[in-house]
Each structure stands twice: as structure tokens, then as C-alpha cells.
Write a protein that binds this ligand. Structure first.
Ligand code: GLP
Length: 233
């Protein structure tokens, strides 16, 4: 893993932006995207730039089960607000939170990933080491699946909802195996509450108790962390 330590999320977003720019210059076609507060500085840098994604494809990591695309808490909505409205892609894929048949939806998403190999995958990390919504215990070779969210993740994400009870209990997520097929993975983490997860991801054993530790087995991973998130390394 190539670890880049930055002063803050602002500088991290700029570094991540440069990696996006290099990927475009190298003719990358498919971008794996993530939600959460972490990638916002990157998306701000992208929307402020003159980069053009109108011939590119994006594939998002995950979506809450039960939320419509126009629900302000959905990841569809998040992506529209933070990136797609300003920088449309030719095609943007996000799991369908309202899909009636979970097996059909996860198969549909796996087919999309297989048909569009990801050149650059953006990741944040959960406080418990999850990536996408692959919670501790997820198989390291898993494909897209419907996952029950852990209480730690529900608590962490409750800040975006009016009440904790409103946080969906399930999500669709690309699997760790799907994420590992990306040619280049760029994980960002800011703040002290990510320090444990980052330490375990980088220095701990590869174990499905810390889903992000699987990245140790990938040959092209860039990690952008601020000093607080890097403090336990
Ligand atoms: C959610 C998302 C993850 C994200 C994580 C961290 O659980 N499913 O993709 O990495 O939150 O979010 P944040 O960046 O807000 O800390």
C-alpha cells in the first residue's frame, strides 16, 4: 500500500483529485465511487474542475435497502447532489434500493461490474473497518449482496437521519471480491475515529473481521490519510 499523509481533508481531496486526473490521462473508463463525508472534498475538486466524464461510466459501491433515489438520505441522491448534477457521466450505476427481488438485483449489479471492469475505485472506511457496506464477517471474496448493517454503522450514519430508527437496517453492497477486481483502489480516511480501522487495515492480519485488511492482498492501493487517521500507524 502506498500511504500518503496529508494535513487535512482539503489537501486529501486535492491529492485524490490528482489521482483522478492521472487516471483520465491514462484513459480510465470506469470509476467506482463511494458516498460518506470522506469523498466530499474530492467531489468538490472534481466539480470545480474542467475534467469531463461525459463519456465515462461510474459504478457506486452501495445503497440503502428501502430508500428511493429521490430520498435525500439515499446514496443516489447524495451522488446527484455532490457530483452527478455538476459532472454527469455517460452512465452511472447505483444499486436500486427499491428492488423487489434482492437476488435479481445483486445479480444485475454483478453483471454490470463484470461488463465494466473498474479502473479506479474510491473507498472510505467505516470505524469498524468496513468498506462499502461490507461489515466485519463479510466474505473476503464476496460479490454484491444484501447486508444487515451493524449497530456501529447504524449509529455512525444516524447523524444523517432525523431519528436512529429511520436508518435502514439493510443495504446492497458490492462485495469485497468485487472491489478487489478494480485495477487501482484509492482509500481515504480523515479523523481520529478512523485511526483504529486504519491501523488494523495496514498492520493487522488479513481477516474478515476487518474487511479493509483484504486490501493488503491488492497490488495497487493508494491510501490518503490525515495525521489523526494515521496516528496509530
Ligand atoms: C458508510 C458507507 C461507506 C463509507 C462509510 C464511512 O457506511 N457505506 O462507503 O466509507 O460510511 O463514512 P464517512 O466517510 O462519512 O466517515
Amino acid at each position: 500500500m502506498n500511504i500518503i499523509t496529508v494535513k487535512d481533508a482539503q489537501e486529501g481531496g486535492q491529492k485524490a483529485f490528482n489521482i483522478f486526473k492521472e487516471a483520465l490521462a491514462a484513459d480510465a473508463k470506469v470509476f467506482g465511487l463511494a458516498t460518506g463525508s470522506t469523498p466530499i472534498t474530492l467531489y468538490n475538486a472534481l466539480t470545480a474542475s474542467d475534467l469531463d466524464f461525459s463519456q465515462k461510466i461510474s459504478i457506486n459501491l452501495d445503497e440503502y435497502v428501502g430508500l428511493a433515489p429521490d430520498n435525500p438520505q439515499s446514496y443516489h441522491y447524495f451522488m446527484q447532489q455532490h457530483l452527478f448534477n455538476q459532472k454527469p457521466f455517460k452512465t452511472s450505476y447505483v444499486p436500486n434500493g427499491l428492488a423487489k427481488d434482492a437476488d435479481a438485483e445483486t445479480q444485475r449489479y454483478d453483471d454490470i461490474i463484470a461488463a465494466n471492469p473498474i479502473d479506479l475505485q474510491i473507498l472510505g472506511i467505516g470505524r469498524n473497518g468496513h468498506i462499502g457496506f461490507n461489515e466485519p464477517g463479510s466474505p473476503l471474496n464476496g460479490k454484491t449482496h444484501k447486508v444487515p448493517l451493524t449497530q456501529s454503522t447504524i449509529d455512525a450514519n444516524a447523524r444523517f437521519f432525523d431519528n436512529e430508527e429511520d436508518v435502514p437496517r439493510f443495504a446492497y453492497s458490492m462485495g469485497i471480491g468485487s472491489i478487489m477486481t478494480a485495477k487501482h483502489i484509492l482509500l481515504m480516511a480523515y479523523g481520529e475515529n478512523k485511526a483504529d480501522a486504519i491501523q488494523k487495515m495496514v498492520e493487522g492480519p488479513v481477516t474478515n473481521h476487518v474487511p479493509a485488511s483484504a486490501l493488503q492482498n491488492h497490488n495497487h492501493v493508494t491510501v490518503i490519510v490525515d495525521e489523526a487517521a494515521a496516528s496509530k500507524l
